[in-house]
Design a protein around this ligand. Structure first.
Ligand code: IMP
Length: 427
């Protein structure tokens, strides 16, 4: 079972970092294939140490080799900061390599992300403001600057000059901002190139060779299915393919090489940023979920929007990713509710919808249709097997499994590594 993909099945923050970390302990390589330092992966080690990773794959804590693939956009300033934090805490980062083809997030991307959001006003996407969208935009427009360009002084200078000649016009004339200095940007990025030179390699070749010899490679998705630029709630999405197909493109391996595709799904739902969210709560239950679940952004500290489990979304995640398993996280957060609601379908303008509506307009109109299960009061955090869970908690998991049509192979009952109850082995 050499290639395993880990995907967020909702709007992100499902606890992917914890799962990658758990599998990373047994894997030879962990690869990130999309996104950038907009991601926030929280991992708690058995010693109780908490790590909040943004750009670096959470496998850095366990796997021998960690890879930032070609599909990722890399802000070298953020990378340097994160590497510094890990070094200071005694984590060996020598196994981290970066694709020569990965695109760079530049200062003008960060600046543009902020001003364009402001420009959108009420229609804003609610981005993390890290320059991710503008960096992907330039990649697709074929004017991006890549990791490999850091290794060629002449090319780097030319590309920064070309980029800033255009972007400075936009920043100054359209948005009334200060122009960025070509010299300063060049000097700064040349320095990043020197610091990262030894890590920049052909990662596609490395990953394929690892798979050829049967090594275990975990592909760690960031963001999630509903934030995928093609399959998510466009335009309220991130600018990359977070779904399983993105793993193939963003790592440089053929799609047939992916053996297992694991969707991570929270026992309820959260979302940050703008956009439709049918099961969103606005009453005391939202505060309860937010406080109990610690639902605040790792990257931005923003309060996450909270709602009940949505099985329409989970079924859709199965469809677009071709999932082999679900891992259900944070079941413990639902403890002490009288009744636990599950959204089983939507009412869209008077019609019952079991599947994701075709248009965004319909999705904006979707009203959740709930089924209610009896709650439980017992503390779940000390459970170590599925059988240790109270009968109502087990019934909740089994009902979700029935509704989404994919086996729930593991259930999370707390942040620690030992608090994942395995029902079917993932490797
Ligand atoms: P961007 O990725 O910064 O462009 O933001 C686009 C949308 O994706 C916004 O709604 C963000 O809040 C959301 N987003 C980006 N990264 C994450 C994440 O790691 N978890 C949850 N939402 C995210």
């Amino acid at each position: 079972m050499p290639a395993i993909v880990i995907i967020g099945a909702q709007w992100g923050d499902e606890g992917k970092g914890k799962v990658t970390d758990a599998l990373g302990g047994r894997s030879d390589m962990v690869v990130r294939y999309q996104g950038g330092n907009n991601a926030g992966h929280t991992v708690v080690t058995p010693a109780g140490e908490k790590f909040a990773l943004r750009l670096i794959p959470s496998g850095i804590l366990t796997a021998r080799t960690t890879v930032i693939g070609n599909g990722v956009v890399v802000d070298p300033a953020a990378l340097a900061e994160e590497l510094g934090e890990l070094d200071a805490r005694g984590i060996d980062t020598s196994g981290l390599v970066i694709s020569a083809n990965a695109h760079l997030v530049m200062p003008h991307h960060r600046a543009l992300d902020k001003v364009t959001e402001r420009f959108l006003g009420k229609a804003k996407i609610g981005t993390t403001g890290r320059g991710i969208g503008p960096a992907y935009g330039d990649k697709i427009a074929r004017i991006g600057i890549r990791m490999q360009d850091l290794l060629d002084e002449k090319i780097l200078r030319e590309k920064i000059e070309a980029a800033l000649q255009e972007k400075n016009q936009v920043l100054v004339k359209l948005y009334n901002r200060k122009a960025l200095s070509i010299d300063e940007t060049f000097t700064e990025y040349l320095r990043f190139g020197d610091a990262l030179r030894h890590r920049i390699i052909d990662t596609g070749l490395l990953i394929n060779r690892a798979l050829d010899v049967g090594q275990l490679v975990v592909f760690e998705g960031s963001q999630a299915t509903m934030l995928d630029v093609d399959h998510g709630t466009y335009p309220f999405v991130t600018s990359s393919n977070a779904t399983a197909g993105g793993a193939s493109v963003g790592a440089g391996i053929g799609p047939k090489r992916l053996d297992r595709i694991i969707g991570i799904v929270k026992a309820y739902t959260t979302r940050v940023g703008s956009g439709p969210f049918p099961t969103e709560l606005f009453d005391a239950s939202a505060d309860y979920l937010r406080k109990t679940g610690g639902e605040y952004g790792v990257v931005t500290g923003r309060e996450r929007r909270c709602g009940w489990f949505d099985s329409v979304v989970a079924r859709y995640a199965n469809r677009v990713n071709g999932l082999t398993d679900f891992v259900l996280t944070k079941l413990d957060v639902l403890t002490s509710l009288d009744r636990v609601p599950i959204c089983v379908a939507y009412d869209v303008d008077g019609e019952r919808c079991e599947e994701m509506p075709m248009t965004q307009t319909e999705f904006h109109h979707a009203q959740p249709i709930y089924e209610y299960l009896d709650g439980w009061w017992e503390n779940l955090s000390t459970a170590r097997t599925f059988a240790d869970l109270p009968v109502n908690a087990r019934a909740y998991v089994e009902r979700l499994e029935e509704l989404v049509g994919v086996q729930i192979s593991a259930v999370g009952v707390g942040p620690g590594r030992e608090q994942t109850l395995v029902r079917h082995e993932l490797i």
